[in-house]
Every structure is written in C-alpha cells, then in structure tokens.
Design a protein around this ligand. Sequence first.
Ligand SMILES: Nc1nc2c(c(=O)[nH]1)N[C@H]1C(S)=C(S)[C@@H](COP(=O)(O)OP(=O)(O)OC[C@H]3O[C@@H](n4cnc5c(=O)[nH]c(N)nc54)[C@H](O)[C@@H]3O)O[C@H]1N2
Ligand SMILES: Nc1nc2c(c(=O)[nH]1)N[C@H]1C(S)=C(S)[C@@H](COP(=O)(O)OP(=O)(O)OC[C@H]3O[C@@H](n4cnc5c(=O)[nH]c(N)nc54)[C@H](O)[C@@H]3O)O[C@H]1N2
Ligand code: SF4
Ligand SMILES: [Mo]
Length: 897
Amino acid sequence: MNITETIKTTCPYCGVGCGVDAKIQQGNLIAVSGSTEHPANQGRLCVKGSALHETVSHQGRMLSPSIAGQTVDWNTAYSHIAEKLADIIAQHGPDAVAMYVSGQILTEDYYVANKLMKGFIGTSNIDTNSRLCMSSAVAAHKRAFGSDTVPGCYEDLELADLVIITGSNLAWAHPIVYQRLAKAKAERPDMKIVVIDPRKTASCDIADLHLPLKPGSDGFLFNGLAHYLIAHQKLDRQFIEQHCEGFDALSESVQQQTLAQTAIDCDVPEAALNTLYQWFAEYEHSVTLFSQGINQSSSGVDKGNAIINCHLITGKIGKPGATPFSITGQPNAMGGREVGGLANQLAAHLELKNPESLDKVRRFWDAPNMVHKEGLKAVDMFNAVDSGQIKAIWIIATNPVVSMPDADKIKQALTKCDLVIVSDSSDSTDTLPFADVCLPATTWGEKDGTVTNSDRTISRQRGFIAPPGEAQNDWKIICEVAKRMGFEEAFDFTGSADIFREHAALSGFENPEANGKSERDFDISGLTSLTDLEYQTLEPIQWPVNQTYPQGRKRFFDDGHFYTPTNKANLISITPRLPTYAADCDQLILNTGRIRDQWHTMTRTGKAHRLLEHIATPYVEIHPHTAEKFDIKNNSLVSLKDRNIEYIARTKVTDTQRKDSLFVPMHWSDAFASHARANSLVRPIQDALSGQPEFKHSPVTISPLSPHWQGILLTASDFTPDKTMEWFKTPLANGTLWELIDLNNTPDTDWLSAAFPKVSEWVQLTDSNQRYLSAAGFIDNQLHIVLLSGPELPEYDKSWLGSQVGERFPADQDRLRLLSGFPADPSMQTGKTICSCYQVGEQTIINALKNGDACSVESLGSTLKCGSNCGSCIPELRTLVNDHSCDSVSVETDNAA
Ligand SMILES: Nc1nc2c(c(=O)[nH]1)N[C@H]1C(S)=C(S)[C@@H](COP(=O)(O)OP(=O)(O)OC[C@H]3O[C@@H](n4cnc5c(=O)[nH]c(N)nc54)[C@H](O)[C@@H]3O)O[C@H]1N2
Ligand SMILES: Nc1nc2c(c(=O)[nH]1)N[C@H]1C(S)=C(S)[C@@H](COP(=O)(O)OP(=O)(O)OC[C@H]3O[C@@H](n4cnc5c(=O)[nH]c(N)nc54)[C@H](O)[C@@H]3O)O[C@H]1N2
Ligand code: SF4
Ligand SMILES: [Mo]
C-alpha cells in the first residue's frame, strides 16, 4: 500500500524560513512544495527549497562516530570527549575549551550548547558562524535600541512605498522575500525600489534606481541622507523629542556630509543620489533592507547605525511599511541570538556584561560555573587555537576551513590543536580531515525542533526520515557529553520539546510585564507550558508571545518604547570610513558572496545535480576595462593572489562589475576545485565592535594563466586528477564532469589509459602537433569516459554529452560523433541551464524568443514552463527577453512567480 503523508516543516536554507510540505511515502521523501498557510512564503519555494528532496539521500553521510579514524560506539565517543575535556579544564582552566557552532542548528541544540559552555563548563568561548553573518547588525541594534530587536516584518516590504535594498542580493539570497516584493511592485508600479550595491545584481531587475557605489562607502551615503533630511527639515520632530537621544550630536556629525560631498565619497552621480534622498524624505512608508554588503565590513556596526539613524529621525520605524530591516542569512540565525549563542551574549537577550543578568541566569540554571566575562569571537577564537591558548575545540554544523577568512590559517590552527571534535552530517567536509573525533549528526528531515526566521517567526522543523547509520541529534550529543562531565540533572532532557519549554521559561524568568511591555524584548513565556503534543503541532508564531501578545507581535517600537535605560532610542554619531584596504594600481578589491543555486560550502546543494546546472564552476567577475588592463579575456583562466596564496578560476567579463573590484562566489571548497576556496585569499580584518570579518573587501592581484592544455573529462567512475593539474569537479546525474587544466606539462595520452585501466576500447582523435586530443573509452560498448582537450577549453554541449555517459555506442560513427561534443541534430542543443526546475537551457529560450514562440517572461513560462515553478530564474529570463525578444512586443513588467 502506497500511503502518502504530508508533514509540515521548514526549509533548512535561508533566513526567509519558508514552510515546506514534505510528501512522504514509505518513509521516503518523494516531493516538496511550499506550505500555503505559512506566513513567510504563502505557498512558494525557491529553487533550493524545491530541490530539497534531491539532497536527502544517504550518500555522503557520516554514519558512525570515530576517534582518530577508528569507528567507535557512541558511549565510547561521549566518554572520550567528556574525559578529555575534563582533563584539559583541570590542567588549563575552562577557557582552554571552545565551541564553534552555527546558525544552522535548531534552537534546542543551540540552547543546550550555550548552557553547557556558559553555565557548566564555565567559559564564554562559544561563538558561532553568525559572527560572520550578522553580528554587526546585532551590535547596531543594541546600540540604537538597547536590545537586539528586529522591529519589522516581511509584510512591511509589501506595504512600503520605497524599499531600499543595500548590501543584499535579495533575488538570489532571499528569493521568496524578493518574489513577494516583486509581486507588490507589479501590483503597485508606483512603489519605488532602490538597490545599492557596487555590482549590478539580479536584484536590480525590479529596481527603479541602482547606485553602484564605491565599495564600502555606505556609511557616507546614509550620513549624507541624514544630512539631507536635517537640512530639508524632513524630520519627525515629535518622535525625536519623545523617543530619541543624541539628535544634536548627530546633526553636528553629519554637517559636512553634503549631497555634493557624498556623491564624491560614494562615487555615484549626484542626481541619482538626490533622487534617492528625495524619495526617502517624501515617502512615509520606507523600508531599508540590509545584509552582508553592510555587515561584513570593518565598519559594519557603524553602517548599520547610520541606516537606523535615518529611520529614527523620520519616525519610520514600528509602523506598517516603515522600518530598517536587517535580514538574517541562516535558517536559525535569529534563534541563535535568542539563546545567546555569540561569545558576547547571554541567553534570552540578557546582558553578559550585567552582573544582575548573570545572576538571573545562574539561578535559573542552578549553574555551578557561571561565566562572568565575554569569550573570544570567531577570528580571535581560531587565533587562540593557533597560539595554543585554546586546547580543545568542538565544531558543530559549520565548515570553517572554507567559510572563515584566512582559511589556510584555520587549517594550521586545527592541525596544532590537541582535541578537535567535529559534529557534521556529511562525511567529507574540508574541516573533517582535521578532526580527532568525528560525530555523525542528524540533519534536515531527520531532526525535530524550532527555528526563528528574519522576521522573528518561530517555526517547527519536523523529522520524518529515519537517520542513517548511527547519526544522532545535536542536542542529544551535547547533553550526553554534559551528563558524563557530571551535569546529569541540568541536561537530563527527554526531548526537544522539553528543551524548548526551558528556553521559553528562561525568556519569561524575572521579565515582568507591565503596561503591556515586558522588561526584555525577547519573551516567549506564553509557550512555556506547551505539552509535547502542542509542541508537535505548533503553528508558526512571531515573538514575543506573552500575556500582552498571546498570538505574537508583528512590529516593535510602534509604541516608541525602546529597551535602553531611558526607554529612548540612541542616535549614534558615526565617522564613516572606507574599508581597510582600497584598490591601488596593482591591486584590486575582492568582493565575495553568493550564487543563486548553491548553499555555502556546498555540502548539501552540491549533491543536487539540478542545482549545479545554473553555475557549475567557480568564476571571477571582472569589468571589461580591468580585463583589458590586465590582458584578460572572457572565460579564460586567471590566478588571483595575495600573501602567496593562489585562487584559480575562469573569468566572466561583465560591465555589471565595477572597475576597481572583482567578485568571486564564496561556495567552492577543496572538494569541488583544486584552488577555489575564496577565503584562502580573504584577510582576517574585523569590525572592532562586532568582530565580523570584512569578507567583501580584500586586496588581491590578478594575472592571466596560459595552460599547456585544458579540457573536460566526463566519466562514470572514480577519477583522481594528477596532483600537478588544476581542476573543477561537477557531479552529474550519471557521472562526474571534470574540467582539467595543465599549467605545466604538454598533453600525452598515456595517463588516460593508466587512469582508466578497465576501459577496453578507445576512439581517439589528435592533430599532427598533438595539441588537441579527444578520446572516448567504452566498456562493453557502453560509454565510460570522454575527454575533449586542447590549448583552449573546447566547446561542447554539456547537457547532451553528459546524458550520453552509460549509453551504448556500438557504431563507430556514433562514437566519433561524441568527440565533436555536439549532437548531430542542432535542435537538440539546449545550452546552459537557466531554469533549474524544468531544466530549460539558454539556447532553447533564445530560439523560442527568436522564432516568436514567446516574447515575454510570461509567455516563456507558458510555452517552455521556465520560470513558472519557483521563479528564481525570472531575473535572468527577463535579461534574455530584453536581449533577444522579437521587437514588436514590449517587455511586460509582471514579476510575479
Ligand atoms: N543562494 C543562497 N542564498 C543564501 C545563502 C547561500 O549560501 N546561497 N546564504 C544565506 C546566508 S547565511 C546569508 S548571510 C545571506 C546573505 O545574503 P546577501 O547579503 O544578499 O548575500 P551576499 O552575496 O553575500 O552579499 C550581498 C551583496 O553585497 C554586495 N556588496 C559588497 N560590498 C558592498 C558594499 O560595500 N556596499 C553595498 N551596499 N553592497 C556591497 C555584494 O556585491 C553582494 O551583491 O544569504 C542567505 N541566502
Ligand atoms: N568569503 C566569504 N566567506 C563567507 C561569507 C561570505 O559572504 N564571503 N559569508 C559568511 C556567512 S554569512 C556564513 S553564514 C558562513 C557559512 O559558512 P558555514 O557555516 O561554514 O557553511 P555551511 O556549508 O552551511 O556549513 C554547515 C555544515 O553543517 C553541516 N550540517 C548540516 N546540517 C547539520 C546538522 O543538523 N547538524 C550538524 N552537526 N551539521 C550539519 C553541513 O554538512 C556543513 O558541513 O560563511 C561565511 N563565510
Ligand atoms: S527562500 Fe528558498 S532557500 Fe530560503 S527558506 Fe525559502 S525555499 Fe528555502
Ligand atoms: Mo550568513
């Protein structure tokens, strides 16, 4: 009997926090769709979310605990860790122990990790990858509001008349929020959207104005806005007087930041800047959404405050359609903030620096070893591992060898460390080789708990697949170690519901509600007495949840009440400054970030072939002028260098990039390319206030590479490139595609037969100088390997050639056809995949547009289906429509998915 069951859960990728309906048949996840009743997505899913069922295979999963490479049972692993940690603490004190956790674990996992470290082991050396993500925004919120509160909600974007998107590529990084905004804009075309980003990104597709500002100059831009608002008297005087402090100092500090000066500082046209300022002054309903282009900066906190200042002095906060909006990246970045997962935070939005707060938590936990000072922030934490000050580090759900700045130093630090414990679901991250103890964790689809998204909505992730092998829940692993360290009672939780209740109770502990306000913003005391069943069936709800707001609260600060000692917001005067490194004649500035279909270090999205079709290999975006200056061509190989560290990828020459900077994706690891870990190049510069690294501005040099030969190799079997070769690897549905680059040796064929000893029949083509070589190898007539190579990367049809691996080729002429790289029938050529959901290629789309079969994004959707599922490719479809559509029809502006 095939019974299909639908389980309601939450997407494990970005901070939008979409509700997912998971269809289960006989214990297997067979399909996913967006939950129509979830407030974040209302039925939609982006391309990553809609490929979730393709990433849950047990292939590549870590299956059992191991110590020094030897498989052990859980009991041995727990006891080993507990004993080792106890030894280190006894000899060197609790600060010799550290945990480095992640915004991708559930609130319940996070809560027990923080409790163990800060109350029981007695060190604040627990930090999280959220340090790399939104710690600048957290610090800016606390300076301005006295608490780390996100004032608004997603609906505000739809209600606004002006949406400023700065330092965010919303279309690719928060696709469903972007689609909601695009729909609102389509329905109300008068609504204004402004994108502020040095690059012209896919998010500019719906923008009325794009300001390609000088990298890192946002502080000048928002101080310039404050100056404009003050000079033109476009202020909410009453709000300033009743609810803000520091106005005079702010006015004074922005005095020199005139429009003309700001245009120079930001290197943008004065008229464009004036338009933005006028709109902000004019539209009461304005939202400024910001993300990593603001946060990941040596002055990220100041930039956040410069943005918030503009909203406070105009009273554009706490009202429908009016708010500053720091959007979170990871699915549970917000939950991490609730439990106090950063080294300078305490649980439940209590202050680590405040002795009274510390005492509250100590009493609530009955903690024997309550901390009394802040711990080390991520970059400093790994420096302390490197210097030997930290002797044990437990890394949970993050891959720092790829994602931390100065990533080669992380390798070095971990190599020296006495005890490295890594809890991960994957069996092959770049960090795992440095672990002494490897712990297999359950992951999405297997674990139960809660996550909180960008607009404070708490949603349930539910488990519905049996974990593979011995994989165990993160909360359980932490609690078992804690119990063996002598803390049985405090960690004797029966399940995630039990932990959640304690977390909710702490949020309400000595947090009195008076006149409809709790003393602390984070208060979910209304959820303290959920039964297990109520927890199981918990519907999404926005915090706070207490007596005043039993059903949650959409907006904070609508009452002008802030969480500072005076209950007034602080206007923070900042001195804008450029990034630590500026471009000079030899150096360029390296900007890094995300692509549409990959998630971070690719341990999960790298498993879904569909998600590798949009962009399969790492690249360097470079402006045509810069390319010419350095004698670099499009799609050619280049080397980026800094401090003798090299990064190798192909170029995308494009005028969407500024002349002074380069962009590379952050995602590639040593598992997918020989030299394309962006963070090996990124310098560990931090914001002094938040400790957030400056990932967007590192100095590099660029030079073209001239390979002796290069090519593609498609194979059904395992293959390891020679150590002297450079390579990019792409898993395909029925094999693996390797791009091989030989910078040192001339081509020869011997290695090929040596690499594939089982291949019995070969066809081969080469020229008289042996500069070009194409070969195909067969086992029992079945295609096993194809190589196409030459001085340049050969052209070929990836989808077609990829689909031939494993097929039977008895006839010689068909075998030779393979070596051309293209199908005999040109109509079968599809080109690069644009729509991953329906696998529609660029060439197919261009043909349809040229033939007149479609003339708009909408008609492409009805003829080819592209763009009609998740909608993530709509910005690219629009570009193709603009470039190739038959002239007679104008381009429609409907952005709805
Ligand atoms: N597809 C996908 N989506 C994701 C993720 C993913 O890995 N893949 N990760 C999630 C996570 S954890 C996060 S934190 C978010 C991040 O989401 P975003 O912050 O939107 O992503 P990024 O691409 O890192 O950076 C955003 C933009 O900042 C711009 N920028 C660089 N320097 C400056 C500057 O000086 N000023 C301004 N104004 N802009 C600048 C970059 O050019 C880039 O386009 O994405 C989340 N969503
Ligand atoms: N150059 C550059 N670097 C960056 C950034 C940038 O913009 N530019 N952005 C930074 C930002 S914002 C972020 S958030 C980080 C992200 O960087 P990371 O956190 O390092 O990236 P992930 O690949 O998401 O790592 C998550 C790991 O957890 C594992 N995992 C998945 N589910 C579970 C689970 O339930 N339990 C356990 N124990 N493990 C699990 C996955 O297999 C994976 O190895 O990167 C940062 N680094
Ligand atoms: S926008 Fe996409 S990745 Fe983000 S939560 Fe929704 S479905 Fe998941
Ligand atoms: Mo992030």
